[in-house]
Design a binder for this molecule. Structure first.
Ligand code: HEC
Length: 133
């Protein structure tokens, strides 16, 4: 709840500057940070569509703050540092390196990600890694 308030506050501050009050507010709290990552490559964009769409990953992974799962930024940071392989993980063939204690929760998604093509998995990986700080 606190986060949403903060978000709204940031939004309204921002909209005062740009005079686009109505438009800013109607974008809602969920899509706010997407505006920041608008320069995506085609693969990253496909990844985003899967992530926010049929993958339903967005429910548990927000760009910058931890919710049910770690933030996308956190995942990107650790996968870059450790040179991890996201497609392998999403096929259920890897080991968790971000938050192993919560692995059981993430595992429930493999029945979805196992049906993704290699190309789709790669796109999701590129989208996630584009959030590395
Ligand atoms: C029900 C909530 C939930 C959903 C939906 C979800 N995740 Fe997760 N995810 C988690 C949790 C909790 C973790 C932390 C456990 C872990 O690290 O394995 C996690 C961890 C991860 C990790 C890091 C794994 C590691 O090495 O530790 C990746 C990558 C990931 N999720 C990708 C995805 C993608 C892609 C989707 C959509 C297809 C998705 N998640 C959907 C809850 C979820």
């Amino acid at each position: 709840m606190k986060n949403i308030l903060l978000l709204l506050l940031t939004l309204s501050l921002f909209s005062c500057k740009t005079e686009e009050k109505k438009e800013q507010i109607t974008t809602g709290s969920e899509s706010v940070s997407e505006g920041e990552v608008s320069n995506l490559t085609p693969a990253q964009k496909t990844g985003q569509e899967i992530f926010d769409g049929k993958g339903n990953c967005f429910t548990c992974h927000k760009p910058e703050q931890k919710s049910i799962g770690p933030s996308i930024q956190e995942i990107a940071k650790i996968y870059k540092e450790k040179n991890g392989d996201i497609p392998t993980f999403l096929k259920g063939k890897g080991k968790p390196i971000v938050d192993p204690s919560q692995y059981e929760v993430m595992k429930t998604n493999f029945y979805i990600t196992k049906n993704f093509s290699d190309e789709e998995l790669k796109a999701v990986e590129e989208y996630i890694l584009s959030h590395a700080p």
